[in-house]
Design a protein. Structure first.
Lengths: 294, 334
């Protein structure tokens, strides 16, 4: 016995220093790192906006439609507003929408998905409802919701959450169905574990990997839908500088002032790319089996 | 002494698209305190379903207990509420499964998984439960239990995981431990260690064991009484010595003859006699079986074997057999 114990100790891998562990992590996960670095930069930019960007609402009629220059890095729009400040502030809207939608959709989707996967009685009904929601074009649903209420950031978030929930539900339900037939769930039941505890302790933790991955995709898609809605005039109120709004307002002057469209567009693309890179990286790390199937 | 667990005419059926599968069709047995009972039979004969039925773990969407009674310590289990049943599982009757590799939750450490059951059933505070978990690991002879408590299942070998499963099953001192092919997935040296451990713990804790296996060798080494199943029915039940010395049912006889033996002589060139297989296949359980289920494969089968099911008869002292032609079988063996 003592011999076994000592050899077990000896064979334990030495614990590497944090620096070395970080270096190894970087080498193995370049996608996560690049995506995360971009995201951190964007979040920092959005948070620090008041300290380095001008007032995004200030109109300077004398400086209308100026091309990018040393004074106006990204040029100005048709009201003489600084496109740089507007783009920087616009990051706030996109990030808030992305985080709020993925957070809310994950919570709601997780609850519904767990219930559907575990309780067979309600599974059929709820999954049909989810299929129904998925069949509604999300832009139309959002436009309908916004026409029924006052436009605002909260309504936009709600309007995007509703069509995104089924995507989370499907992933969570699939994982729960796979896990509930695992022998360890069976043995937990045989050990007298209560249903609530079974779900919380044995099933839920195993759904988190796929859930996090799916949440990043929902986050990216929410940012795109928000920009689309704002562009159509059905998103955040036009006075708020969101990337979709900036593009919509610059549309009429596209031919003489393309920077009013390209620059927020490029920011949107990079942000979505960064989120997707983090998502892809996490998928490879957290869920190698799913990665091969997708 | 009254039996601890008494199963009478248990019938568990599954309702499939192809019809009703009579997975367990009239099984009766008793288990006394501290006894080791073996249930043997080939794959699909209803051994595991019998075990799952005792704990009422048959998924209600697919099947249910349609008849018979299961009495445990004077309480009828088939009519217990779900909540009472949950209290009993793990506390009074515990079960360990075949697959030690997947029977532990991969995201919780070993200590938590043992302690959780202790907290659940013995209502001990978390700290005491953790201490109990350490004692249990020591009891199942895992080296360095204190360190192992914090480890996760993937850090343990198959044999160690099965030890942990045993620790979880026994941590609340259940009166009955149902072991469903506990050693099938393990290699032979580990098998012996695990069986040894189970018997040793049985002596220490006084737990009665129902050992489900298809390996008659394991039964011979560990059990006091054995019960042979075929096509959802019980064909023979006997004390171990009596069964191996004189099997009374043609199926049991066939099983024993299919077993390699060390004591049979080899011929001059050292070759051993060919093992005898049982001809035919297990009947489909979706069709009602008139008569004896084994009759189509039985060399002793007579007219009445196909006509009506044989009753359970006491062929010798506490040696029960369900066969019309048992007298002829006994003659042929002797």
């Amino acid at each position: 016995m003592a011999l076994i114990a000592t050899t077990a100790d000896d064979t334990l891998p030495p614990i590497a220093s944090p620096v070395i562990r970080f270096a190894t992590f970087v080498r193995r996960n370049p996608t996560i790192l690049v995506g995360a670095a971009l995201l951190v930069a964007l979040i920092a930019m959005a948070l620090a906006a008041p300290w380095f960007a001008d007032d995004p609402f200030r109109q300077m009629p004398i400086n209308r439609l100026r091309p990018p220059s040393e004074r106006f890095w990204f040029g100005t729009d048709q009201f003489g507003r600084d496109v740089f400040s507007r783009t920087v502030y616009g990051a706030r809207v996109s990030l808030i929408v992305g985080l709020a939608v993925s957070g809310l959709a994950s919570l709601i989707g997780l609850a519904i998905g767990l219930a559907c996967g575990y309780f067979k009685g309600i599974d059929g009904v709820i999954m049909h409802v989810m299929d129904g929601i998925m069949a509604i074009p999300s832009i139309l649903l959002a436009i309908a919701l916004i026409t029924l209420t006052r436009p605002g950031l909260g309504i936009v978030i709600a309007a995007i959450v509703i069509p995104e929930v089924p995507r989370i539900v499907r992933v969570v339900r699939a994982v729960v169905l796979a896990i509930r037939s695992q022998p360890y769930v069976e043995s937990a039941v045989a050990g007298g574990t209560r249903t609530g505890k079974l779900l919380a302790r044995h099933i839920l933790p195993n759904t988190l990997g796929p859930l996090i991955v799916q949440a990043t995709y929902v986050c990216a898609s929410a940012m795109l839908i928000e920009a689309g809605l704002s562009f159509l005039g059905a998103g955040v109120p036009p006075e708020i500088p969101s990337w979709g709004n900036i593009i919509a307002q610059g549309r009429t002057f596209f031919q003489i002032a393309p920077w009013t469209i390209f620059i927020p567009g490029a920011f949107l693309a990079v942000t979505v790319l960064a989120v997707n890179m983090v998502g892809d990286g996490l998928r490879d790390r957290l869920d190698p089996r799913l990665a091969r199937r997708m | 002494m009254s039996p601890l667990l008494e199963v009478r005419d248990l019938q568990t059926h599954f309702f499939t698209r192809d019809g009703v599968v009579r997975a367990v069709d009239g099984v009766s047995f008793e288990l006394t305190r501290g006894e080791t009972l073996g249930i043997v039979g080939e794959s699909g004969c209803g051994k595991s379903v019998t075990a799952l039925s005792i704990l009422r773990l048959i998924a209600p969407e697919t099947g249910r207990i349609v008849g018979g009674s299961i009495r445990f310590g004077g309480r009828e289990l088939t009519t217990l509420s779900n909540e009472e049943m949950r209290e009993l599982r793990g506390r009074n009757i515990a079960m360990i499964f075949q697959e030690p590799m997947t029977s532990l939750n991969p995201v919780l450490n070993i200590g938590t998984q043992i302690a959780e059951s202790v907290v659940r059933h013995l209502r001990l505070p978390w700290r005491a439960a953790r201490e109990r978990a350490r004692e249990m690991l020591e009891l199942v002879r895992i080296a360095d239990p204190k360190q192992r408590l914090g480890e996760y299942p993937h850090q343990l070998s198959g044999g160690m995981r099965q030890r942990v499963m045993i620790a979880i099953a026994l941590c609340c001192n259940p009166q009955v431990l149902i072991a469903d092919e506990p050693t099938t997935a393990l290699d032979v040296t580990i098998q012996a260690q695990i069986l040894d451990l189970m018997l040793d713990l049985k002596e220490k804790l006084g737990t009665a064991i129902i050992l489900i296996t298809h390996d008659l060798g394991i039964v011979a080494e560990t059990c006091e009484r054995v019960f042979v199943m075929y096509a959802g029915r019980m064909v023979e039940q006997a004390p171990i010595a009596s069964l191996f010395a004189q099997p009374r049912h043609p199926y049991t006889r066939g099983l024993l003859r299919a077993l390699p033996r060390a004591d049979t002589g080899s011929d001059p060139i050292g070759a051993r006699p060919r093992l005898t297989e049982i001809p035919g296949i297990v009947p489909a359980l979706t069709q009602p079986i008139h008569g004896c289920a084994f009759a189509p494969r039985c060399s002793f089968a007579a007219e009445r074997c196909r006509a009506s099911p044989p009753p359970l008869m006491e062929a010798a002292a506490s040696h029960l057999v369900s066969c019309w032609e048992t007298a002829r079988v006994a003659e042929a063996v002797a």
